[in-house]
Design a protein. Structure first.
Length: 238
């Protein structure tokens, strides 16, 4: 038997963007655990190789720059020769990007496959929510308050790819009151709402998780830039 429908003003119960974002970060972290566990068991670890190729790219730039300076090349001509089909940089960049793709696609593919089970099964289950949503006090329901069927939960998850393909603009639609529906919610006719008795706020640890998720890519980029610069300087003898 389906649970009773929520009242017509159930949009007042809708959860906004940030609680949903924190719930997703929790779920993504949980799904990532078996992904990296499987990759470790398979001995699939290309981080060191990619880091080495990245430094080699910096060394190539440094060596090429030193040779260009010795020959008195103008900066514009130097850049053109670097990036030409016969130049030293294009093969190194091409190799790095190919290896980066080879390293990322198995991880992303396994994450997606596990996610195909993780999100729909839980959102169509008794709690009507993933573990991340349950921690925040959220539920995924059909508009009107009815529990998602397995088919509808799977449909909601699949059309979620459209929210990602729009460079997350589809997810940002969840900030729009009063229903706070993301793009995939609007397509699937679903809604994320607060559970009865929920505090209806993001806890302090949730904001900390958001800060970490936002700053970690920046820190990785800064570290990569310093590593590239150090390899260039070493090649230049600085």
């Amino acid at each position: 038997m389906d649970p009773p429908a929520l009242p017509a003003n159930a949009s007042n119960n809708a959860a906004g963007f940030w609680p949903r974002a924190v719930a997703w970060l929790v779920d993504a972290g949980l799904v990532s655990l078996p992904v990296f566990g499987v990759m470790s068991l398979l001995g699939f670890d290309r981080v060191d190789a990619l880091a080495s190729e990245w430094r080699e790219m910096g060394a190539t730039v440094g060596k090429t720059m030193a040779a260009a300076i010795d020959h008195g090349e103008a900066p514009r001509a130097m850049l053109q020769s670097w990036l030409s089909a016969e130049g030293p940089l294009r093969p190194v960049i091409k190799m790095f990007l190919a290896d980066l793709y080879a390293a990322l696609w198995p991880v992303v593919a396994l994450f997606v496959l596990i996610g195909l089970l993780y999100w729909p099964i839980q959102e169509a289950g008794h709690h009507r929510a993933t573990l991340g949503k349950r921690v925040l006090g959220l539920q995924a329901l059909a508009v009107g308050g009815r529990q998602l069927s397995p088919r509808k939960a799977f449909h909601r998850h699949m059309v979620g790819s459209l929210s990602w393909l729009t460079l997350n603009i589809g997810h940002l639609l969840a900030a729009n009151a009063p229903r706070h529906q993301a793009l995939h919610d609007r397509i699937a006719n679903t809604q994320v709402v607060w559970h009865d008795g929920a505090k209806r706020s993001v806890p302090a640890w949730g904001w900390l998780l958001v800060v970490v998720a936002c700053t970690l890519p920046l820190l990785i980029a800064v570290k990569a830039a310093f590593s590239l610069s150090a390899a260039m300087q070493a090649a230049l003898g600085i």
